[in-house]
Design a protein around this ligand. Structure first.
Ligand code: SAM
Length: 287
């Protein structure tokens, strides 16, 4: 029986056929282990008939796993050779399945067909956080997802206030919902073997599903505050935010107090709701 998923031999043959030398710049590390693929698909809870968005399908390892589970896949791939080959690979290994390939940079897509509800991806490592934030902003139909990222990035995304790794990606991700570490992945399942470990990270949009905690204008204000707070991570908020809250530490303290936030604390202690309270206090500042 012909294999339905890509193993080491198929990955090698496809790479040879396409004359592909994986590039670091595009984070090209391909999964050659069917067990890992099935585990990701299972962890994601993919159900038959639903539309799944995949970023960076590469040679098709995860795409075939998603199709095997009955998903309809919309895949966005930046590399022209890989994007062009994918439908052929799928038609040979899993005919009669539904795949749409978009040849584009995931950071530029805004209009994804099929209203995908779930994101399942082995993300290119160098752009994983910007890609996630971009998709959450521009693809409102996405309600949940499982992504494979570099372990360090995954722990940041899922970090709670007070944790050593809590930072700007943690707060921005929390704007959109809840994040959790959903498993570890050995670097040995990739070709070429990367020099970092990976984790699976899961997210669910906020409650009610899809509802962000504030408006789009508030999101922008919160993200600007977050950037300022974490650019000067070791400084107290009244200092770190003085540039964006009135131009002085005294003015910043006034806004922070009205928001119910201690001006002497640091950004690493604040939840996304605290940042939202600050943004709202700033917007309603007395002139
Ligand atoms: N999904 C495949 C797998 O699991 O074997 C490949 C994953 S590989 C880590 C990342 C993939 O993302 C590569 O195929 C790469 O060409 C693609 N990629 C890199 N940057 C991208 C971008 N900005 N937009 C879309 N795809 C991108």
């Amino acid at each position: 029986i012909a294999p339905r998923l890509l193993g080491p031999a198929e990955i090698r043959d496809l790479a040879e056929l396409l004359d592909v030398t994986p590039t670091k710049k595009l984070g090209q590390n391909f999964v050659h282990d069917a067990n890992t693929v099935r585990r990701i698909v299972q962890t994601a809870g993919v159900t038959r008939g639903e539309t799944v968005l995949e970023i960076g399908p590469g040679l098709g390892s995860l795409t075939l796993g998603l199709l095997e589970a009955g998903a309809e896949v919309v895949a966005v791939e930046i590399d022209q050779r890989l994007a062009a080959q994918l439908p052929h690979t799928v038609s040979v290994m899993q005919p009669h399945t539904k795949l749409t390939v978009i040849r584009d940079d995931a950071l530029r897509v805004t209009d994804v067909p099929g209203e995908p509800v779930r994101l399942v991806a082995n993300l290119p490592y160098n752009v994983s956080v910007p890609v996630l934030l971009h998709l959450l902003e521009h693809v409102p139909s996405l309600t949940s997802g499982i992504v494979m990222v570099q372990a360090e990035v995954g722990h940041r995304l899922a970090a709670a206030p007070g944790s050593k790794v809590y930072g700007s990606p943690s707060v921005k991700a929390a704007w959109y919902g809840d994040w959790r570490i959903a498993g570890q992945v050995s670097r040995m399942v990739f070709w070429p073997v990367p020099n970092v470990d990976s984790v699976l990270v899961g997210f669910e949009r906020g409650t009610p599903p899809g509802e962000p905690p504030g408006t789009e204008a508030e999101r922008r204000a919160v993200f600007a505050l977050v950037d300022a707070a974490f650019q000067q991570r070791r400084k107290m908020l009244r200092q770190a935010l003085s540039g964006v809250l009135g131009g002085s530490a005294a003015a910043a303290s006034g806004v922070l107090e009205r928001a119910g936030v201690d001006p002497q604390t640091r950004g690493e202690q604040l939840t996304v709701q605290d940042f939202l309270a600050i943004a709202r206090a700033a917007a309603s500042a007395p002139q």
